[in-house]
Design a protein around this ligand. Sequence first.
Ligand SMILES: [Zn+2]
Length: 425
Amino acid sequence: MIDRRHGFFNRDKETMSREKREAYQREKLSEILSHGYLHSKAIRSGFEKVGLKPGDIKGLKDLERLPITKKADLVNAQKETLPFGGFEVISEAGVRRIYVSPGPVYEPGEWDYDDIRWAQALYACGIRGGDIVLNTFNYHLTPLALMLDESLRMLKATVIPVGPGNISMQINLMRQLRVTGYVGTPSFLMAIIEAAEGMHLDPKRDLHLKATFVGAEMFPESLRQKLESKLDLLVRQGYGTVDVGCLGYECPEKRGMHIPEDVIVEIVDTETGKQMEMGATGEIVTTNFSKVFPMLRFATGDLSYLIEDPCPCGRTSMRLGKIMGRTDQVTKVWGIFIHPWQVDEMMSKFPAIANYQVVVTRKDYRDEMAIYIELKEEIADKIGLKRKLEKEVQETLKVASEVIFTVRGGIPDRAKKIDDRRIWE
Ligand SMILES: [Zn+2]
């Protein structure tokens, strides 16, 4: 029996002590800062804007002094300086590939891909050497499928570069080639399972899957439970972006996503760009160590928080909690930012609530906020609950809101969690 739940892709890196990890990352950071400053026009100008030199950044905390690069900055820089916006460090040998991601963003792909972060993620999900793996990510234009393909090679797993689509072909391949690993989005895996069931197959028995790696979309716990029970195995996810690669991956323990050693992740206040305290939710900002396309303080637009307590799997890295949403889903009421995840968290404390929606309106130049609530069933003390909820909203969101009960089904399916109905004219 292959042990898919224990072990490490790179034991030395993944089990480093905190001090060793910090020293390792400090050194890698100082290398990439000097390298970028010396060879990348965009990085040098980032330093010059704030009047700093690479030597001024001595550790993680000092990174705060450098400007944040948003996706839009990258897109604009590339419009001015084609193709890579001056971030690139290209040697005479050129690049192996040019990737094209939505934006559009052009990205250089190096000749020798030696970034182990996705390989660490695939290993933690249970994929091992000798597996035959269906890679259903799209191989066209964007880098993710090819990065995972290269990473599966590092694991000595066999890849079927199938890409997405054509579900009946996927099922035939899985059965005829006895595919043991799946790499792709969780929703596509669910579609495969449903199609297999439609063909009167039993996914557990007939699909032979032993390990799955999912990513590239939100992965709700309810979908994970469905997939795990239908396949009778662990389904684990990795997280990252096409611009900066892997930023986190789950291990069998499912206690957040381990941050790989070869990248720096900060959680910052979206307004100030300053690092938040441990455990607080903010934007994921990352600095990678790519020699070809270094990104300093690249803002992902995703919200999460850090976990530092030890994980029983033995990996010692800090972890990202779940992805709470996007920074652009924020709404401002009375000048205060309200994120959908804050409302989620608050409502989860009240088990009687089945569904809810925040509605923001404006009357006589004043913002008004109401929270519509559907209850699971009628309760005796509705007035008491209303008072409790209104107090909780005031304390958590710092904004006054009226709580209004509505009938079951009163909030339309797929309604926005925060519905901003203000008209600005
Ligand atoms: Zn772990």
